[in-house]
Ligand binder design. Structure first.
Ligand code: BES
Ligand code: ZN
Ligand code: ZN
Length: 516
């Protein structure tokens, strides 16, 4: 699917379908006021309306409104086959709900609703009437970016291994405006890059364990970086050992697949500016190791590299957007398998910073591979470190699959994260991280244990473990995407109901944009 802009009045459009937005305005008795002048009565109903549009379009839509077939409610789609308006064969209306409260997240969702309706009707070429979008606080540029993101994200499907691929019918969406198209091109460009990178992250996640090994993950990263200013370096087992990453290495010992340490570097701001460091868990399959997982649902553990995939996609987006920042990503990639040399419960391993760790549960392997990556990230003198990992089942219990939980002791960084999340539409929730949690991770025979000495708060104690590998003066936040990296349901209609979501790519890029 391709999205483009076009300056044109609503005539002779030559498209299969014209898309117009329908908004809602509050209507009814809401004028009675209390003594202090506040309005009391809620509007009794809302009235659907189309902004702009030709008389013929207005008349067509009004009839449907009058007959109760169209309300303009959020994500409502009504298809008028052979409506023959403005030089387009069909007409599709997309509801926005109350247009006063309209934000970019509503637009992503509206665009996704539009794409599924168009696919269902086998429409190929589309003219989207931008002038029908009610003017509010969103700039046209931002609105176009959000529509582009929503449409392209909704178009993703993982069909690589299906004989019958059932490809999306929609080939082009022209965003038509009577005003100059030029300013909108930027919105389309940014939205396209972001959505393509999120979709790349999803694809890496959706591939099964046998077809997304650490070696393949590294190869695909190198391939994707071609033609950008990204430098990719991949360390093999010998190098990982030489670099004293004993904790990471120990997790890979139960597998016949060679571990890889993937490093991506981008220099967009010149040498002296401190880089943002991204770290992502690249566990290409987590069987649990000797502390093996129950078989029910174990196939989902192919997604245990989604944090790594999102970090890789974030770097690609930063490079393609040519942001004026420096950024480095580190993805420790390995399988966690119960082979003859695997970690055994009770084993003691040594991380790159010299700390010893008792491996009391081999299934708590994410923190073991991230420990060494975080130590290495600190050595780059970063402006901040952000890590993403499908780290704990406890995160899913705490927040379900709506919010990504994040942990940081740095209030300023927490604010930046919240602002970025507001802009990206990806929901996050700050979780506690305290000295109590740190105490729970003390080892009996080694410095640390990879499991907590107390029950409960498993995501916070995991974060506290990671914190032991980060220099205290470096702003650092850990994102546990265990509940949001895949199968996020139909709440976000631009994410696949089943499959990888690409969570945190857009938020991570947004944080880099704020750093420019
Ligand atoms: N990859 C899992 C965490 C996970 C589980 C993510 C379910 C998404 C859904 C991780 O490696 C793990 O197994 N963690 C253990 C830690 C425990 C043994 C301390 C967990 O959460 O049960
Ligand atoms: Zn595990
Ligand atoms: Zn895991």
């Amino acid at each position: 699917m391709k999205i483009e802009t076009r300056k044109s009045p609503l005539e002779n459009l030559g498209a299969d379908a014209l898309v117009v937005f329908v908004g809602q305005k509050p209507e009814g008795k809401n004028n009675s006021k209390t003594k202090d002048g506040k309005k009391t009565d809620k509007p009794s109903s809302s009235k659907a309306y189309v902004e702009g549009g030709t008389k013929a379009i207005q008349a067509k839509v009004q009839t449907a409104i009058d007959e109760g077939a169209l309300s303009g409610g959020k994500n409502e789609t009504v298809f008028f086959r052979d409506a023959a308006l403005a030089g387009a064969r069909h007409l599709l209306t997309v509801g926005l709900g109350d247009t006063k409260a309209l934000d970019h997240e509503n637009l992503r969702q509206a665009a996704a609703a539009m794409v599924s309706a168009l696919k269902a009707q086998k429409v190929k070429s589309v003219a989207l009437a931008l002038d029908s979008l009610p003017h509010n606080s969103l700039s046209a540029d931002q609105a176009v970016q959000a529509l582009t993101e929503g449409a392209l994200l909704a178009d993703y499907a993982f069909v690589e291994y299906k004989e019958k691929k059932d490809p999306s019918s929609v080939q082009t969406i022209s965003i038509v405006s009577s005003l100059k198209a030029k300013p909108y091109d930027h919105g389309v460009e940014v939205g396209t890059i972001l959505a393509e990178c999120v979709n790349f992250s999803r694809w890496l996640g959706d591939r099964p364990g046998n077809r997304m090994t650490p070696t393949i993950l590294a190869e695909e990263t190198v391939k994707a970086a071609k033609g950008t200013k990204l430098k990719v370096n991949v360390w093999d087992r010998a190098r990982i050992k030489q670099e004293k990453m004993g904790s990471f290495l120990s997790v890979s010992l139960g597998s016949s697949q060679e571990p890889k340490f993937i490093i991506m570097e981008y220099n967009g701001a010149g040498g002296s500016k401190r880089p943002i460091c991204y770290v992502g868990k690249g566990l290409t399959f987590d069987s649990g190791g000797i502390s093996i997982k129950p078989s029910a649902g174990m196939e989902e553990m192919k997604y245990d590299m989604c944090g790594g995939a999102s970090v890789i996609a974030t770097m690609l987006a930063i490079a393609r957007l040519k942001l004026k920042v420096n950024a480095i990503a580190f993805v420790p990639a390995t399988e966690n398998m119960p082979g003859p040399s695997a970690n055994k419960p009770g084993d003691i391993v040594t991380a790159r910073n010299g700390k010893t760790i008792e491996v009391n549960n081999t299934d708590a392997e994410g923190r073991l591979i991230l420990a060494d990556a975080l130590v290495y990230a600190c050595e780059q003198e970063p402006a901040m470190i952000l890590d993403a990992a499908t780290l704990t089942g406890a995160m899913v219990i705490a927040l379900g699959n709506t919010h990504t939980g994040f942990f940081t002791r740095n209030d300023k960084l927490a604010e930046k994260i919240q602002e970025a999340s507001d802009a990206s539409g990806e929901l996050v929730w700050r979780m506690p991280l305290t000295d109590y949690h740190v105490k729970d991770m003390r080892g009996t025979y080694g410095d640390l244990s990879n499991t907590s000495s107390s029950k409960g708060a498993g995501s916070a104690t995991a974060a506290a473990f990671l914190e032991q590998f980060v220099d205290s003066e470096i702003p650092w936040a850990h994102f546990d995407v265990a509940g949001t990296a895949w199968h996020v349901g139909d709440r976000l209609n631009y994410c696949p109901r089943k499959g990888a979501s690409g969570a945190m790519v857009r938020t991570f890029v947004q944080i880099a944009m704020a750093q420019e």
